[in-house]
Design a protein around this ligand. Structure first.
Ligand code: NAG
Ligand code: NAG
Length: 337
């Protein structure tokens, strides 16, 4: 009988990964290349973005492993793909590319301008990059200061195998439509927020780094639609002692709209689940906060806040399906559905 050594097994695994097409370890044909550790290609992601023509052509940027400092602002007209080197596109934990910056909104001039990645274009795809705003560290100066990792505007934008790391206001859905597949989003305060954006989060991890609020969805009126659907996500805490201390959301504006379905809440969520904006300005009368088919000790229980609701399968998988929520799904990478 032939027994494979560990090294042979690892080599075999590498071959299988490549054979399955799960890795992207070479620049796709025609891609603009970024490599902080080489003199060929660009050393900065922003320089590569700035080199792209501002026309309607489709463009791809491939980024080799490394730590990249500064902000990236994407405004071009055509579809752009940002692909980080990866041996497994579906595994955010295996990412080798970090984009990091430290900037608080009060110094940047606005929430959006503080974001490490700012997307203003339509039809963007971002793969396998960890995106960090390192300003907020909890406690001290970072405790109550907006410092965004992502500001997302534009239509049909997909974030796949991406990590988003900050403390307050990590992911901002400023406007447009977006899909987050196999992502990791970390923060403490209002760490997924926005008034106008519509976003669907699938098969992702929401990691709370202190007591706080996962969402601060801020739909302002019933005259327009905006909101979040979380489907098959896993809630975790990454700091000891915050179990059962996290709220699913608080209402940035009166018509806050958030759905959690088919998800694992573990021990993360407070019994009440959801809370007011502030004591003086509760803003809970017209919220739509729904839960369906979640599991874990902190899923739905008799102590849920009176302004939360449970919904049935027809609504959860009909109205709040991907197409029901985003209006279309042909643009979503089917590997992340
Ligand atoms: C939490 O505490 C346990 C036991 O002291 C420790 O092993 C673990 O690393 C801690 N986790 C974090 C995220 O600090
Ligand atoms: C939000 O709702 C509260 C209470 O119903 C109301 O007093 C307030 O004017 C509303 N805010 C807006 C911006 O409509």
């Amino acid at each position: 009988m032939k027994v494979l050594s560990l090294i042979q097994l690892l080599a075999l695994e590498t071959i299988i990964v490549v054979a399955n097409g799960l890795g992207v370890t070479e620049p796709p044909k025609g891609a603009v290349v970024v490599n902080v550790n080489s003199n060929s290609g660009y050393k900065s992601i922003q320089d590569a973005v700035s080199s792209l023509p501002d026309d309607t052509s489709s463009q791809t940027i491939f980024i080799y492993p490394g730590t990249y400092h500064g902000q990236v602002v994407l405004k071009r007209k055509g579809p752009t793909t940002l692909q980080g080197y990866t041996e497994d596109i579906k595994n955010q934990g295996a990412n080798k590319v970090l984009l990091t910056n430290s900037l608080v909104a009060s110094a940047a001039g606005s929430n959006t301008k503080s974001a490490t990645l700012q997307v203003y274009s339509d039809d963007t795809k971002v793969y396998n990059i960890n995106i960090e705003n390192s300003y907020g560290t909890g406690g001290g100066r970072g405790a109550q200061a907006q410092a965004l990792a992502l500001s997302q505007s534009g239509l049909r934008n997909g974030y796949y195998g991406v990590g988003f790391l900050s403390y307050q206001d990590t992911v901002y859905t400023a406007s447009g439509t977006s899909y987050f597949g196999s992502t990791y989003i970390q923060g403490a305060v209002d760490y997924i927020f926005g008034m106008k954006g519509i976003a669907y989060f699938y098969n992702s991890v929401l990691a709370s780094s202190s007591y706080g609020f996962i969402t601060a969805q801020g739909r302002e009126s019933s005259d327009y639609f905006a909101g979040y659907v979380f489907d098959n996500v896993k809630l975790i805490t990454v700091v000891n002692g915050t179990d059962n201390g996290v709220f699913l959301g608080r209402p940035w504006r009166n018509h806050s709209t958030v759905v959690f379905k088919n998800s694992d809440f573990g021990n993360v969520v407070k019994l009440a689940g959801w809370t007011t904006w502030t004591t003086d300005s509760p803003q809970t009368d017209a919220v739509y906060w729904a839960e369906y088919n979640n599991r874990g000790a902190s899923a739905w229980n008799p102590s849920r806040a009176s302004f939360a609701r449970q919904i049935g399968k027809d609504e959860a998988e009909g109205k709040w399906s991907v197409v029901g929520t985003l209006g279309s799904d042909g643009w979503i990478d089917s590997r992340f559905r």
